[in-house]
Ligand binder design. Structure first.
Ligand SMILES: Nc1ncnc2c1ncn2[C@@H]1O[C@H](COP(=O)(O)OP(=O)(O)O)[C@@H](O)[C@H]1O
Ligand SMILES: [Mg+2]
Length: 236
């Protein structure tokens, strides 16, 4: 597959603690990849390192062939990576509509696939709340808005950390359905979540991190074939 993002031998530390240990991670154009692992295994750190939010001490990160390691997060975003961090982070004192408009930008390749109306079509609940303030939204609506906001920059890759954590089951289903629609539009997705079945339904490839090292990388079929190993690594 035509690679979009390719990281090799990534090492990252928090102080003396070695958190990413030689991680290789790749995402093809339009590919859907899950990032799995128990709490504290380095999933968030990997996403933050790819986004330029956490420094990597060594390794290589390429986006569309360009060497982006050491770039500022804003430059990585402009180059085509949208990030939905754990715990969201919308502007509470802007309306839903303003949160979206504020983030609008053409994609790195000049695409303008995602508009405010496109986001409202994707998330009808946000359309109903377009004049509400960010701080008046439910947890699920905030997550929808954070995803919508990331899409407004027309990213080639969307990275979603803890996609459905803390959300009610029906809202979770909404998020999964929407991520599928986004993937169907050709946006590559990396998603961290706890629900293995939902991840298997959405993603074509899966990566398991244990203590900052990749212990499994393979297709949904390969993941299913090693169910016992996978469940033990995930503590399920
Ligand atoms: N800001 C930080 N400072 C120090 N240690 C951190 C920080 N963030 C995470 N860690 C540690 O790094 C390891 C990986 O954390 P994290 O990437 O958040 O894992 P995950 O997302 O898989 O739960 C954990 O041991 C965690 O305690
Ligand atoms: Mg995390």
């Amino acid at each position: 597959m035509n690679e979009l993002l390719e990281a090799r031998g990534l090492n990252a530390y928090y102080g003396a603690s070695h958190v990413l240990r030689g991680v290789d991670f790749r995402v093809g154009r339009g590919e859907t990849v899950s990032l799995l692992g128990r709490n504290g295994m380095g999933k968030t750190t990997l996403l933050r390192t790819l986004m330029g939010l956490t420094p990597s001490k060594s390794g290589d990160i390429r986006l569309g062939g360009a060497d982006i390691r050491g770039w500022r997060p804003s430059a990585i975003a402009r180059a085509g990576v949208g990030f939905v961090p754990e715990g969201r982070g919308i502007f509470p004192n802007l309306t839903v509509e303003e949160n979206l408009v504020f983030a609008a930008r053409e994609g790195a390749d000049g695409r303008r696939d995602w508009t405010r109306e496109g986001i409202f079509a994707l998330f009808p609940r946000l359309a109903e709340r377009r004049t509400n303030w960010g701080n008046q939204l439910s947890g699920g609506e905030q997550q929808m808005l954070t995803i919508g906001r990331a899409l407004m920059s027309n990213p080639a890759l969307l990275m979603v950390d803890e996609a459905t954590e803390g959300l009610a089951p029906l809202v979770r289903d909404d998020i999964w359905r929407t991520l599928k629609l986004i993937a169907d539009k050709g946006v590559a997705i990396v998603v961290v979540d706890k629900n293995l079945d939902d991840l298997k339904a959405l993603c074509r490839r899966h990566v398991i991190l244990v203590k900052g090292e990749v212990v499994f990388e393979g297709s949904t079929e390969e993941l299913a074939a090693r169910d016992d190993f996978v469940r033990s690594q995930l503590g399920l």
